[in-house]
Design a binder for this molecule. Structure first.
Ligand code: ADP
Ligand code: MG
Ligand code: MG
Length: 899
């Protein structure tokens, strides 16, 4: 049996590996091979595969058989290629030992440079290069790095020695140190290592080599790397590769340099080379901040008003080579690249390339421009932009050049920035808004009663609560900037002030809230408005062309509906009528209705609410101009509308003219121990049909008015919530149909409308075949469906969700990203059974998951008709739906070709 291949060589215009072997060679190794294959100047070397890493950990940190011999052969080959020998005292080969995982983990693992130096080879290198300073500069770097990474003698030991030395000699820059100085430093470094370890720094180059290889494999499991993997969902099983590569030297004097660069600007996407370099330096010096690096191009130097010459000016030859390499790399990879390079004595060497990380703005611009340049097609462009990152682009942002006076920092709960006058309660927020003021609502925390105030506020600030607190969830839904849990702020509702960082802010003072960073700032800070035309519009147009699912929005206010239209919503998938009940001018009537003893008592307040609801719906229908609008009948437990606490009860008694003792008794009757599983949803409609009848009438009348006004036909979709049984739906549908017939007769027209149901209880999903006999459409209410499938209340989950995630009981919060296995299975079942009864039944999803890209991909797999999400997530959903459709298409394509 042939021995397993553990080692892949590269360099000299050829390689055993290639970019497609990324899993085996790691990103760095695969791209070093690829660059060699396309003839770019890469110092020769070889990659030890990720399989060795796996074997290493399976074998108690021992290397597999055969590895040693393969490394020796490959190393000898590298020596031949550059005409030197590893460990040779006269003509030593030096190498770097570099980590490189499948997924890029910048700076997370360890690298050792200049390996192969000892007292003898350092002297040999000095003689051969005719440059003692260079040789001992390299040696001291090696001792410091190797000791830190391999021997565990921390870096600060060496920094201290160097700092002390420079101080004593009155030197400032490393470049001012002479050969003699570096020799002395080398002696001091070695002494420190011996002092720390009780044994001398290893002089045997083989010991150095294997020590470094072990250390790089070992660094796969260091704390930094583990944390990074957890944050980025990189499996531990992947392992890292190790790259061993002949050194090239950027520290050989004024004609040598080292640098990092992007082929385009990663922050704006502009097609300009972007990067930094340092003359007479090595490796990490550029990013370490020891010296200030210089600009790459003349243009960038002029913009930065930098005095030191750019690479374009200082090293025109090497720069021209680099520019040609950039061009070649972009054409080859068809993507923006992030590269590391070194110039040794005027000659350019490439040390790394990878797809460059970029901001959302840059991602858009680069994707669109590359289509224009013919580098990629539209489908690839769609796949290049992370849908979630669009969030950064849709909200106003703080002018980055404006000075900031930070009062406090909380959680970045809902993105965007806004300034306004501070108010401490919702009523005030609403009335200030009415007179045209921009206000910031500041609360310890918010509750459902604050909806109106939150809507009126330009931004929301709370001192308590996390990323899923009421304030955070509602603000995200509304697209209001929000900072939550700013714990260092002390609010005093009595004096209407808050204090933070020793500053007292009064009601009416202006502050700025930046929900993208969590900052709370003093005064007004200018903002930049989002740019929805240009590249954004172009990419969205492509996404629309390639997606199958429709994208609707969850909206109940004209403002949200308009925003959603601007963002490209194709209808309303969920209009929550209860949100309309909180308005100041109707809450009294709503309370009277709820508190009434019987149907007769409910009649008068319902008559008061009817024209208001009709007008709400008319406005929405008008804004949606013939696009579908799905309206959900009243859903939440009634007591959500009722007063809490003595003061509020007294107020409501006064408002409604109801005796306080009767009110208290009625409140007790309405109280429930598990409201989420109690008297809510269609159960309200069954107990109090007149409420749903009023709502149905408001919908039909509003639809007729809007149709008259706009000339566009309106086909309302009426959605009954929380159905578990077909009989529930039948009972209510009969009443809705009766109201439709009545309204039609009154106005002498025939009404077209659809009645459907939410699928948000497991029983409804299972009984979908029967329910679809009555329901004309389904909308998956996956918030409730997740709650009822797991038996976890979303409102109480905050208490233990972090334990579940931290202890890996759950891999992700099922309220954020749809649980494909369990909840998803119910969705699948309901979709199948619903279609069996009613082929072509319209299927949608509303609720938070409708705006989550991973959940949207699932909806595409199940073949839903549309997703519906909050207005600011509409563009995200459009792009995610396109990516999902393209992904499904590609998957189908491969399945077809292998069949
Ligand atoms: P990281 O993954 O942290 O970027 P690298 O393995 O890329 O670590 O090494 C860091 C830097 O060390 C490189 O950017 C390069 O400047 C330098 N370096 C690595 N290998 C060599 C080499 N063979 N010759 C010269 N410099 C090298
Ligand atoms: Mg690197
Ligand atoms: Mg629900």
């Amino acid at each position: 049996m042939a021995e397993k291949k553990w080692v892949y060589s590269f360099g000299d215009g050829k390689a055993e590996g290639a970019a497609r072997l990324r899993d085996l060679l790691g990103g760095k190794g695969a791209n070093l091979a690829e660059m060699s294959n396309i003839g770019l100047p890469v110092p020769p070397g070889f990659t030890i595969t990720t399989e060795v890493c796996t074997a290493f950990y399976e074998n108690d940190r021992a290397f597999p058989d055969g590895l040693k011999a393969q490394v020796e052969t490959a190393l000898a080959e590298v020596g031949r290629a550059i005409g030197a020998n590893f460990g040779d005292a006269k003509n030593p080969l030096l190498v770097s030992v570099r980590s490189g995982a499948r997924a890029s983990m910048p700076g997370m693992m360890d690298t050792v440079l200049n390996l192969g130096l000892n007292d003898a080879t350092a002297a040999g290198l000095a003689a051969r290069a005719g440059d003692e300073r260079f040789a001992y500069d390299s040696y001291r770097r090696f001792i410091a790095m190797y000791s830190d990474v391999v021997l565990g003698v921390e870096h600060h030991n060496f920094e201290e020695i160097l700092e002390y030395f420079k101080e004593e000699q009155e030197l400032k820059l490393d470049t001012e140190l002479s050969a003699e100085d570096w020799k002395n430093i080398v002696t001091l470094f070695k002494a420190r290592v011996e002092e720390e370890l009780g044994r001398p720094f290893p002089q045997d180059v083989d010991e150095q080599l294997w020590g470094a290889i072990s250390a790089v494999f070992g660094s796969w499991r260091n704390r930094r790397a583990e944390t990074y993997r957890r944050l980025h969902n990189i499996p531990e099983s992947w392992g890292t590769a190790v790259n061993i590569q002949a050194m090239v030297f950027g520290n050989m004097g004024e004609t040598s340099a080292t640098g990092v660069a992007f082929t385009r600007n990663p922050s704006t996407g502009e097609k300009d080379y972007y990067g930094e370099f340092l003359i007479n330096a090595q490796g990490e010096d550029v990013v370490a901040g020891i010296r200030t690096p210089q600009s790459l191009t003349k243009k960038a130097r002029e913009i930065a008003k930098d005095k030191k010459p750019s690479m374009e000016e200082a090293m025109p030859g090497a720069f021209a080579e680099l520019a040609a390499v950039f061009d070649r790399l972009e054409k080859h990879y068809a993507d923006m690249q992030d590269v590391e390079f070194t110039v040794q004595d005027g000659k350019l060497w490439m040390l790394q390339t990878r797809a460059g990380k970029r901001t959302a703005k840059a991602a858009l611009k680069i994707a669109v421009e590359m289509v224009g340049e013919g580098l990629i097609d539209e489908k690839t462009a769609i796949s290049r932009v992370d849908p979630a990152s669009l969030d950064q682009l849709l909200h106003p942002t703080l002018d980055p050049d404006a000075p900031r006076d930070v009062l406090a920092t909380g959680l970045p709960a809902s993105p965007g920035a806004a300034s306004g006058e501070v108010v401490f309660n919702s009523e005030e927020a609403a009335s200030m808004r009415q007179i045209g003021k921009s206000v910031i609502l500041v609360r310890v925390e918010t509750s459902p009663e604050d909806i109106n105030g939150m809507h009126s506020a330009a931004a929301i600030l709370t001192t308590r609560g996390g990323m899923t607190s009421h304030a955070a969830v509602v603000a995200r839904g509304m697209g209001r900037p929000c900072v939550s849990g700013a714990g260092t702020i002390r609010i005093d509702y009595k004096t209407e002030t808050f204090t933070a960082s020793g500053v007292t802010v009064k009601k009416g003072d202006v502050i700025t809230v930046d929900g993208s960073t969590g900052q709370v700032l003093k005064g007004e800070i200018p903002t930049l408005q989002p740019e929805l035309s240009g590249d954004f519009a172009t990419l969205m147009g492509w996404a629309d062309k390639h997606r199958r699912m429709e994208v609707r929005t969850n909206a109940e206010t004209p403002h949200d509906a308009e925003t959603a239209r601007k963002f490209g919503a194709e209808g309303i998938g969920l209009c929550r009528t209860e949100h309309m009940f909180f308005d100041e001018d109707r809450i009294v009537a709503v309370r009277q209705m709820i508190l009434a003893d019987d149907a007769k008592g409910r009649r008068a307040p319902l008559d008061k609410i009817l024209p208001m609801q009709r007008d709400d719906f008319r406005q929405l229908f008008e804004i949606m101009h013939g696009l579908p609008v799905t309206i959900r009948l009243l859903d939440p437990p009634l007591h959500e509308f009722l007063p809490k606490g003595d003061a509020e009860i007294a107020q409501v008694a006064a408002d409604t003219g109801m005796p306080a003792d009767k009110l208290v008794r009625r409140l007790a009757e309405l109280a429930e121990s598990n409201p989420m599983l109690g008297h809510r949803g269609c159960r309200l409609g069954i107990s109090f049909p007149e409420i749903y009848e009023m709502q149905a009438r408001a919908i039909f009348e509003g639809a007729l008015e809007a149709a008259k006004k706009t000339g566009a036909p309106v086909i309302p979709e009426i959605m009954v919530p929380l159905v578990a049984m077909k009989t529930e739906l039948d009972f209510l549908k009969a009443r809705i149909d009766a109201v439709a017939a009545e309204v039609g007769k009154e106005q002498g027209v025939g009404l077209t409308y659809h009645v459907g149901t939410m699928i948000e209880l497991p029983r409804a999903a299972l009984m979908a075949r029967e329910i679809a006999e009555s329901a004309e459409f389904f909308s998956f209410g996956t918030n409730d469906l997740t709650q009822t499938t797991y038996g976890i209340s979303r409102d109480d989950a905050a208490q233990f969700m972090n334990d579940y995630l931290g202890k890996k009981i759950l891999m992700q919060d099922p309220f954020v990203s749809l649980d494909r296995d369990g909840v998803g299975e119910l969705v699948r079942i309901a979709a199948e059974r619903g279609r069996a009864t009613r082929p072509g039944i319209k299927l949608g999803i509303c609720g938070e998951h409708g705006g989550d890209p991973a959940s949207i991909a699932f909806c595409e797999e199940v073949g839903l008709t549309y997703v519906s999400c909050s207005p600011y997530r509409v563009p995200i959903a459009r792009l995610a739906a396109a990516q999902a459709a393209l992904h499904m298409g590609a998957a189908a394509g491969t399945a077809g070709s292998t069949a």
